[in-house]
Design a protein around this ligand. Structure first.
Ligand code: SF4
Length: 340
């Protein structure tokens, strides 16, 4: 008998729910296609589901035809992307998570106070590219305590740091400690810029590790927060795997295992967690229980631009109706003329 213990909380966060809802509602209001710049959230299943409804995913705005509704992903975008959309007159709905926007605002504030800004995060991640591109001024990116040592900035420079929202809480603490060691005047939000969902999921997987022999994390390989969850399992000395869904489990993993800890990254839907339970059940009898944990009640408001889409669509339809009515009138009058 294999015991499966589910982490609580796991899976979708408020930013992901909002981003998916934005694409869904945009499709409802204007119809397909709706263009989405970058994967709306880092999960293949979510992307494929939205594709089937008519969303078209692109990496660059140049791939969006003129006039088409365009959604920016939850990770945020650089100002140059916003400006390009404005110049082209694209109707944009921004699904950037409000917690990512908060980091942008914080970075600008620190710079305006004359501080040298350090961004703790992973180079190349879309959130980092967006954050670097949202702050006018030099930003020093560091991904580890070692990289802090190689920062070429005098020790008495007043510095401030901001962080990527989906980092490992522990790694970030060690980078902040390195900053405090290197510089005499450091301010920053401690680890609180690592969002509530990331912190809760990491704490929950640590609890899960205490009771499990094996950790499974449901999430996509490019999901930063899902990778961090798997790393925590490994740090705790447990075999830990990141899997897209139940089809990726390997029966070999379960040999000699009594208890499986199961969690999901912030962009992974619950149905994929259930598909893993089903797949394990196919190997033999299982029991399923859930750890007691934080109950999240955070929800983010949808952007008002969605309402404007509706207005645009209504105006568009009105125009279409008027055009159709005038064509009908023209055709009636033509018919009459022909008859005469
Ligand atoms: S993980 Fe946090 S920052 Fe990222 S989308 Fe979810 S709520 Fe927003």
């Amino acid at each position: 008998m294999i015991k499966i213990i589910l982490a609580q909380p796991r899976g979708f966060c408020a930013g992901v729910i909002r981003a998916i809802e934005i694409v869904d509602q945009a499709l409802d209001r204007v119809g397909a296609p709706v263009y989405v710049r970058h994967e709306i959230v880092h999960n293949r299943h979510v992307v494929d589901t939205l594709k089937a409804k008519g969303a078209v995913f692109v990496e660059e705005l140049s791939e969006v035809p003129s006039g088409e509704v365009t959604v920016f992903s939850a990770h945020g975008v650089a100002r140059t992307v916003q400006e390009e959309a404005e110049q082209r007159g694209l109707p944009v709905v921004d699904a950037t998570c409000p917690l990512v926007n908060k980091v942008h605002a914080q970075g600008r504030r620190y710079l305006s106070h004359g501080r040298t800004l350090i961004l703790i995060g992973h180079a190349g991640h879309p959130e980092i590219e967006g954050t670097l591109g949202q702050i006018d001024g030099p930003v020093h990116l560091v991904g580890s305590a070692e990289q802090v040592a190689s920062l070429d900035i005098p020790a008495d420079t007043p510095v401030a740091f901001i962080t990527q929202t989906t980092l490992s809480v522990d790694d970030t603490r060690s980078v902040i400690a390195a900053l405090r060691q290197k510089f005499t005047d450091v301010i920053g939000p401690d680890t609180s810029d690592i969002c509530y969902a990331t912190q809760n999921r990491q704490a929950a997987v640590r609890d899960l590790c205490k009771k499990s022999d094996l950790i499974l994390v449901v999430g996509s390989p490019n999901s930063s927060n899902s990778n961090r969850l798997r790393e925590i399992g490994l740090e705790e000395g447990l075999p830990s795997y990141l899997i897209a869904d139940g089809s990726e489990i390997d029966p070999v993993w379960f040999e000699g295992i009594n208890t499986v800890g199961l969690t999901a990254g912030a962009s992974a839907p619950e149905e994929l967690v259930q598909s893993v339970i089903t797949a394990i059940r196919a190997l033999g009898p299982v029991t399923v229980e859930q750890l007691a944990g934080v109950e999240e009640k955070i929800a983010f408001r949808l952007p008002p631009t969605l309402r404007h889409l509706k207005a645009r669509n209504a105006a568009h339809n009105n125009l279409d109706n008027k055009t159709a009515a005038s064509k009908e009138a023209d055709s009636l009058s033509n018919d009459t003329e022909q008859e005469a």
